[in-house]
Design a protein around this ligand. Structure first.
Ligand SMILES: NC(=O)c1ccc[n+]([C@@H]2O[C@H](COP(=O)([O-])OP(=O)(O)OC[C@H]3O[C@@H](n4cnc5c(N)ncnc54)[C@H](OP(=O)(O)O)[C@@H]3O)[C@@H](O)[C@H]2O)c1
Length: 296
């Protein structure tokens, strides 16, 4: 297949390399004005990818969008006129809501949402490290996208384990719930995920989970309070040594994805008249931190 990866950062570079190894014609679309991008994955040899080719974008069967949630609109908008209506556009990022903004501009295209637990890190522009093996779920956003279940096999062949789900919304809400519980708190406290297992974080975690669970149930996501608490506890344990992405964004003073994680939750809470003071306070705290960088 002809595949273009828009936003070859950590996740995008991992997929670009793996899809290329699987035999696809892969090019990238990065924010840098370079004709080619050379990429090494772990200890494997460098591969060269054509960058920013409008011609290849026009011919793309799949456009894989791997920019961060808050970058989606600005990244895709200038390219829309070059995207063929048969091109499947796959969005792979944390958080929810970003695709709702751009979907009306791509209403003729099959749109697919993806969520991944693979870990990737880019120590330099030309090197990507696959830091943790995980799973990827794909599912349709619109009716044309819902007919693209074959794509899970294409992605799985490149980087297992990848599966298709008929209810990507459920997977995204579950991921959002975990992110709401772990990301802002670890970012504010500048601690590892595992530190949240300590006694003095339990009250706050319980309040976050209570509010998230109420919103998920109002959104008709079938989940119980006990299930959500168990999932969050498991993820904290399994990723105890990790720093969350929001922790790292705050540490390096980079804009976070809070608007598409806790921010998305709060919009939904408001729509359902659910009070979410603990999540609101975490949201406000992260925004205050972000604003302090622009003012200094
Ligand atoms: N890294 C992980 O292990 C991991 C795991 C699971 C999920 N995720 C999620 O996956 C998403 C991507 O994460 P990431 O770690 O790969 O982030 P990242 O390394 O920052 O990658 C995003 C890339 O998009 C590029 N970009 C931004 N705006 C662009 C534009 N207008 N045109 C072209 N390229 C543009 C950025 O380039 P510049 O830096 O030059 O702007 C950057 O290379 C996030 O939602 C993240 O939460 C990440």
């Amino acid at each position: 297949m002809n595949i273009v990866v828009l936003g070859p950062g950590a996740v995008g570079s991992l997929w670009a390399y793996k899809l290329n190894l699987a035999g696809h014609n892969v090019s990238v679309y990065s924010s840098q004005n370079l004709p080619n991008l050379s990429l090494e994955l772990d200890e494997q040899p460098a591969l060269s990818f054509v960058n920013q080719s409008i011609e290849l974008l026009t011919k793309a069967d799949v456009l894989l969008v791997t920019v961060k949630a808050w970058q989606v609109e600005a990244a895709i908008e200038p390219l829309i006129k070059h995207i063929d209506e048969r091109c499947i556009v796959v969005f792979m990022h944390n958080g929810m809501g970003a695709v709702d903004t751009v979907a009306p501009l791509l209403d003729r295209n099959p749109l697919v949402l993806a969520t991944t637990t693979h870990g990737a890190y880019k120590p330099s522009r030309e090197k990507v490290l696959h830091t943790g093996h995980g799973n990827t779920l794909l599912g349709g956003y619109n009716s044309k996208g819902s007919r693209c279940d074959f794509l899970a096999e294409v992605f799985n062949h490149a980087l297992a384990n990848c599966q298709w789900t008929e209810n990507i919304n459920l997977a995204l809400w579950n991921k959002l719930a975990i992110n709401c519980a772990i990301n802002p708190l670890t970012a504010i406290e500048q601690c590892r995920n595992g530190d949240l297992a300590k006694e003095h974080y339990q009250e706050k975690l319980n309040q976050i989970i209570d509010e998230v669970c109420q919103v998920m149930r109002a959104e008709k996501v079938p989940i119980t309070r006990e299930q959500l608490e168990e999932t969050v506890t498991q993820v904290i344990k399994a990723t105890a040594e990790n720093y969350s992405s929001m922790h790292q964004d705050v540490f390096y003073q980079r804009k976070t994805e809070i608007d598409f994680i806790t921010g998305y939750l709060l919009v939904s809470a408001k729509r359902h008249n659910i009070s979410a003071p603990t999540n609101q306070a975490l949201y406000d705290n992260i925004k205050t931190i972000e604003n302090s960088w622009t003012q200094s």
